[in-house]
Design a protein around this ligand. Structure first.
Ligand code: SF4
Length: 474
């Protein structure tokens, strides 16, 4: 059975490798559709209340981007790995296309900074809320179009036929990298066959710059298939969805930050603020206080649309107070939800510490690796177990837009709440199972393992409460 599955996945990869021109044509088709949905709605008048997906292009584009594209690209990551990036992503294809024709400069040091996936995700998520990216085509053009133009500029300047943008700067690279670790397949390298290849070795171009020989996981690979069969040593191979997290992924401080403070913090704040009665109450209190103290400028809604939402024609403009309120809500959610998850990791890693890492050889790179300021390596390894919960949180938040759009089209959505809680429960149970497997490998007694497990479970409570508030209470 496993052998048959392996042969089938290898055939898929070989097909991709042998049909690269066909894939490129498909990608150009996606680029055309993407450009059309990005640019044309921004030139049209805003839709009125009677507009629907059947009679208004702006609503079609809104549904395509936020109702279908984003949530289902996310969910494709744990199912297919980063196949979206390699097969269909217009930005990835355009940056590589520009790089094939560009200056081919060396990648600058600042671009290799490990914090970009977190910082780019955080800034894009917050900016998207301030300009109401889910509602207005101009905001979509600024956020997605701006990102695409930046991707092409980076591609044109750096690397030769590479996807430097995707590897270092894409705002969702970090999220996709994490979610792809759950993929049930990956390109596996046979070390023995690599050393003694029995076939002619053709040069290949791995556009996202994966170090092929030492590739262990699926996080960086775009599943383009180009390396399938390379040196007779690389094959797309089925695996357990837990294999990478339990046996391979060590995690690092920036991945932990993205999981705890990005996906389980900033993203939750961004999804929840508009539904929160606390947000309204706090804003009213602040507005009253400002009026009483004769400080009126924060109540003005005079910021341009690319700084804060500003569409007076449809009575939707944010004041400076609105903008500050959104930022504070996001910071509060990050502290309460992400902070609790991080604190639980920190405590659990002290209650049940990992085995000490053997010293690296004196002249190896690892011997000079800086000690993390954000906790011990064991903490970051444990944090990888958060991937299912953090991922489902972002999927639920994005699919809330899908449900809202469907309701607007008259679709009954009574099924949505039970489905949401079922998905949330399964994801949290999966995280708890991964915690248990990771703790089980630690060289401490059962009492410590159980204690650490309880602390980790408690750290997920604010995350669960946030979704209960969003879907059931507010
Ligand atoms: S490792 Fe590189 S060349 Fe191989 S499939 Fe992944 S992205 Fe393509």
């Amino acid at each position: 059975m496993a052998a048959a599955l392996g042969r089938a996945t290898s055939r898929i990869a070989d097909f991709l490798r042998d049909h690269a021109p066909l894939l490129r044509k498909l990608q150009w088709g996606i680029v055309a559709l993407y450009s059309f949905l990005l640019i044309v709605p921004a030139l049209l008048p805003l839709p009125d209340n009677a507009a629907s997906v059947f009679n208004n292009l702006t609503v079609v584009a809104q549904f395509a981007f936020w109702g279908v594209w984003w949530p289902f690209v996310l969910i494709s990551m744990p199912i297919l790995g980063r196949a979206w990036c390699g097969w269909l992503c217009p930005e990835g294809m355009l940056t590589e296309w520009a790089s094939e024709r560009g200056q081919g400069r060396a990648i600058p040091k600042w671009m290799r900074w490990g914090g970009w996936p977190f910082v780019a995700f955080a800034l894009t998520t917050i900016y998207g809320q301030l300009v109401s990216v889910y509602q207005y085509p101009l905001a979509v053009l600024a956020v997605l179009g701006g990102s695409t133009v930046a991707a092409m500029i980076v591609g044109w300047r750096y690397g030769r036929s590479k996807r430097v943008w995707c590897k270092y700067l894409c705002p969702v690279n970090g999220v996709f990298n994490l979610l792809a670790k759950l993929a049930p397949w990956h390109f596996k390298v046979d070390e023995e066959k690599w050393r003694h290849p029995v076939i002619r070795i053709e040069p290949i171009n791995c556009a996202p710059l994966v170090p092929l020989r030492h590739m262990k996981g699926a996080g960086d690979c775009h599943v383009c298939g180009r390396c399938s069969g390379y040196r007779g040593a690389i094959a797309l191979t089925p695996r357990s969805p837990e294999e990478e997290i339990v046996h391979v992924a060590d995690g690092d401080p920036w991945q932990t930050a993205l999981l705890c403070f990005g996906l389980m913090g900033i993203a939750i704040g961004a999804f929840l603020w508009s539904a929160s009665p606390w947000f309204v109450t706090a804003k009213q209190w602040a507005a009253t206080w400002l009026v009483e103290h004769d400080i009126l400028w924060p109540l003005m809604d005079n910021a341009p649309w690319f700084i804060l939402t500003h569409y007076p024609d449809v009575n939707d403009s944010f004041s400076w107070l609105d903008g500050a309120g959104i930022l504070l809500f996001v910071v509060g959610a990050t502290i309460c939800v992400g902070g609790a998850a991080f604190l639980s990791l920190w405590l659990a890693d002290r209650i049940a510490p990992a085995a000490p890492v053997p010293p690296a050889p004196v002249n190896s790179h690892a011997a000079h690796a800086p000690v993390s300021r954000w906790g011990r390596a064991g903490l970051h390894k444990l944090a990888q177990a958060l991937i299912p919960s953090a991922g489902i949180g972002v999927f639920l938040g994005l699919s809330a837009t899908t449900i809202t759009l469907l309701k607007h089209e008259g679709v009954q959505a009574a099924w949505a709440t039970p489905v949401r809680f079922t998905l949330l429960t399964l994801a949290v149970l999966w995280t708890l199972r991964l915690y248990a497997r990771l703790l089980n490998a630690r060289p401490v007694g059962m009492a410590r393992k159980v204690g650490a497990g309880l602390v980790l479970a408690a750290g997920l409570a604010p995350f669960c409460i946030a979704w209960v508030l969003f879907f059931a209470v507010w």
